[in-house]
Design a protein around this ligand. Sequence first.
Ligand code: SAM
Length: 288
Amino acid sequence: MSEHLDASWFTEAFTRCGSAFSLKITAKLHEEQTQYQKLAIYDTETYGKLMVLDGCVMLTDRDNFLYHEMMSHPALFTHARPRRVVIIGGGDCGTLKEVLKHPGVEKVTQIDIDERVTWAAEQWFPALVESNQDPRAELLFEDGVKWVDECEEASVDLIIVDSTDPVGPAEGLFKVDFFKRCFRILREGGILVQQSESPLYHTHSIIKELHTDMQAAGFQTTATLPFPQPVYPSGWWSCTMAGKECNVKQFRDADASARPFDTEYYSADIHRGALALPPFMQRVLNRR
Ligand code: SAM
């Protein structure tokens, strides 16, 4: 049935891809222009609360677990013994909460450029910020590129880049220079994981470039793991991992199976399945 979408619908149009995604809104709860971006919070009819930055959907109550679990657990179960974790971006704190589920993690520093995103998560997404008082968590508000630049060499096990799209403040987080700086601060066996957009829309462009640039920065192995994400362009999303003296195509299968915490989407089987790329992606990513 086709229905005209009136002003009670929020729509994000992916103009370059000729598609759009809409949610039925029941209330606009907040809107502000922060120093870095336009931040809006809505209540929706079927997806709970919705956070939007510069017109792009960041997360909803209903499906954020897919993204936050896949941005964290595959990398954490690939690293041999992750103790020191850094999150660049991630201001809604959903990824932080997942990382802190790992008892072996000793310290997590999250660096988001925009303090207002975390403020908004504290107001409207209480489930995401519930681990923020964990003594292992440190929340900083500055540019992630600058922070990585100033970080001590070989001092980090895992860097998670949970950023907005590669435009505006996040543009520098998708550049080969940034990956070189990440490589420098990672210890041997370290992993960089980056949110890497839609397999359907971006395999030939952003995802292919990420593999090329991560390898040019010194990382020996790279892998893209697709996963469903209904509220993002095409409904299908991905993260891309890069390993420093570490094979990101293998993981601690038994530890993932015996994980001492609950997840909604991640499991050892899901991890194994996500490493099996569809042929169209293999053709693009394996081409030199
Ligand atoms: N899951 C989301 C997505 O893929 O659309 C990302 C969510 S998270 C809210 C993205 C965060 O990246 C935002 O809070 C934004 O402030 C932050 N960010 C963008 N550029 C940044 C930079 N250069 N340094 C640190 N944080 C940055």
